[in-house]
Design a protein around this ligand. Structure first.
Ligand SMILES: [Fe+2]
Ligand SMILES: [Fe+2]
Length: 160
């Protein structure tokens, strides 16, 4: 994972933040409500199927709430502070890194609940869309975290 396929290391900090907001924060906010609705639908309509991802709706709901609170803190406490040139932008970063570990743990739980996003052969369209969406979420979160933990946060902590 720890590569830099998009050349983000060369991107100026303000542009990097704008990219993180539009490509990841906005995307999560746009896509996660639909994933939650699909999870609810699949769990409800296949309630007695042993392959059903039992507990997914609840796990996803908790993760979405955590992620929203986390993104809000990044935006208000770190990204906005940086724009004002205030040196305190680096404060709170340890907490944000810690949150990222929590998101990874939540995603691991979701992967276990869905048997590694593996669809049964008879899965309906909604079920297929749900697992495809969760797979995309896992990829997006991985890239999002890489850009923050390995590119952006070290710059902020160095006061750049
Ligand atoms: Fe973020
Ligand atoms: Fe983050």
């Amino acid at each position: 994972m720890e590569t830099d396929p998009h050349g983000a290391g060369q991107t100026p900090t303000a542009a990097l933040i704008a990219h993180i907001l539009s490509r990841y924060h906005d995307t999560h906010r746009r896509e996660l409500p639909e994933l939650l609705a699909l999870a609810r639908k699949v769990e409800t309509s296949h309630a007695t199927d042993p392959n059903t991802p039992h507990g997914l709706t609840q796990a996803l709901e908790a993760m979405i709430a955590d992620l929203e609170e986390h993104m809000r803190r990044e935006e208000e406490d770190v990204f906005a502070t940086l724009a004002t040139g205030d040196a305190s932008a680096g404060e709170g970063i340890a907490g944000l890194r810690h949150d990222h570990e929590g998101h990874e743990a939540a995603l691991n739980r979701i992967a276990a609940i869905t048997h590694g996003f593996r669809l049964p052969s008879y899965a309906c369209h909604s079920w297929a869309r749900l697992y495809a969406g969760l797979g995309k979420l896992a990829e997006d979160l991985d890239e999002h975290r890489y850009l923050e933990d390995s590119v952006l946060f070290p710059r902020l902590q160095a006061g750049q």
